[in-house]
Design a protein around this ligand. Structure first.
Ligand code: IMP
Ligand code: MG
Length: 175
């Protein structure tokens, strides 16, 4: 483990405030709809847990897990579903929750597969977004923070499976 979390990019209070705002928007937008919140494992688990507890609506939660072949800190765009949804999403309003959108390849792949199941709607909610790293065009309707193209960890995000538990988002730095 050569790299370590260095400076704090987004602290707990800032995360807290922004998750609150996103949850309020989602609560307004999905009133009288049929909401299924789908988290992408593992990275989304902390964000999703904080988010859904503030959405003041009936909803169901499910998860997909994907594995991406590639290096530690780079997305290859080659993705495979290793844990599929338990729920049938046909005709339902799906909100896909992701930790971070980098190239966009992972979300593009998952969204394409889930759209084939004909949900009534499918939108994307991502805590973090790196616009400068984008390779494909995807619409992130609910976005927490735009960040520069740095590798970050904490609040669900990992480096080689470490640091997911940190309560803030920190920048990974070479030791
Ligand atoms: P994309 O396919 O390039 O958009 O990459 C998305 C996935 O790469 C995310 O779900 C993360 O798991 C991972 N990822 C991208 N950037 C970071 C980062 O800065 N820290 C931790 N994981 C990242
Ligand atoms: Mg990841």
């Amino acid at each position: 483990m050569k790299a370590k979390p260095g400076r704090v990019l987004i602290g707990r209070r800032e995360l807290d405030r922004r998750v609150d705002e996103l949850a309020r928007r989602i609560t307004e937008d999905y009133r009288d709809r049929d909401l299924v919140v789908v988290g992408i494992l593992k990275g989304a688990f902390v964000f999703l847990a904080d988010l859904v507890r503030r959405v003041d609506l009936p909803l169901e939660v499910d998860f997909v897990a994907v594995s991406s072949y590639g290096k530690d800190t780079e997305s290859s765009g080659v993705v495979r579903i290793i844990k599929d949804l338990d729920l049938d999403i046909r005709g339902r309003d799906v909100l896909l929750v992701e930790d971070i959108v980098d190239t966009g390849l992972t979300l593009q792949y998952i969204a394409r597969i889930l759209r084939q199941r004909e949900p009534a709607s499918l939108e994307i909610c991502a805590l973090l977004n790196k616009p400068e790293a984008r390779k494909v065009d995807i619409e992130v309707k609910y976005c927490g923070f735009d960040i520069p193209p740095l590798f970050v960890v904490g609040y669900g995000l990992d480096y080689a499976e470490h640091y997911r538990h940190l309560p803030y988002v920190g920048v990974l730095e070479e030791a």
